[in-house]
Ligand binder design. Structure first.
Ligand code: ZN
Length: 256
């Protein structure tokens, strides 16, 4: 299993060593530690440097765009010299919590799409309540999307998936898939080929059932997402594990 999206920085987990080791002991082969601002991106690279099975994604989350300084792209480019950095993210749009600045979110998103392109890296997209602006922005910048990407914490329709797959994008799904009130996502997943799906936890958030509401999420819980996905697809767990792992290798091209 590969947890393609987790925030296991030391600012999230006092004892992230235990979090990493518990995951490895439970059969997690790789964990991708995702940044959401400069500080957490630096921390993601630190965890990745410490553990062979951990990789880093670096970038500015749409909810953090007010806090970037003018040199942030240079900083990201310097950090990306590290071989464990496998994508730029999580980047995109978030219109869920007011106030938000749509223009600034778009500017920072596009700058990072171009940054990823110049570095030959895929992108990891966060999008919440912003489907139209996301699709418009991707379309306007399609010449920069040659390294593919992932729409993480997928909560969109099959129609939206059919548009983003043209850009060589995959999706990743986490604990939400296991929730009773997640019929829409479950139905969408039923109609999206497994070749496009990867697993994630989004730790420390979105703990899957049967632990929802009981504890902080950790990468070791990715197996509950795998089990639910296998159930929805009516396929053996082993087969779903192999295909989702292969998908992650295809997109992130792990070097070390
Ligand atoms: Zn995240």
């Amino acid at each position: 299993m590969i947890d393609t999206h987790a925030h296991i920085q030391k600012s999230e987990y006092e004892d992230y060593d235990k979090v990493v080791l518990d995951a490895i002991n439970q059969g997690v082969e790789k964990i991708i530690c995702v940044g959401f601002d400069i500080a957490s991106s630096i921390e993601a690279v630190e965890v990745a440097n410490k553990y062979e099975s951990v990789y880093a994604v670096i970038g500015i989350h749409p909810s953090e765009v007010e806090n970037v300084d003018e040199n942030y792209i240079e900083t990201l480019k310097n950090l990306a010299k590290n071989k464990k950095v496998v994508a730029i993210g999580e980047i995109g749009f978030d219109y869920h919590f007011e106030p938000y600045n749509k223009e600034l979110q778009k500017k920072i998103f596009v700058e990072q799409i171009k940054c990823a392109h110049s570095l030959n890296l895929p992108i990891c997209i966060h999008s919440r309540d912003a489907t139209k602006d996301l699709l418009d922005t991707l379309n306007e910048n399609k010449e920069y999307l040659t390294n593919g990407g992932v729409l993480h914490c997928f909560g969109e329709s099959v129609e939206t998936f059919n548009i983003i797959k043209k850009y060589n994008f995959k999706i990743s799904i986490g604990g939400v898939l296991t929730y009773k009130n997640a019929r829409n996502v479950q139905n969408a997943i039923l109609n999206i080929p497994l070749e496009y799906i990867m697993l994630e936890t989004d730790s420390p958030w979105l703990t899957p059932e049967p632990y929802r509401g009981k504890c902080k999420n950790e990468p070791k819980h990715v197996k509950y997402v795998l089990e639910k996905l296998a159930e929805i697809k009516n396929l053996p767990i082993k087969e779903v594990e192999e295909i989702t792992t292969k998908n992650a290798y295809e997109l992130f091209k792990f070097k070390d």
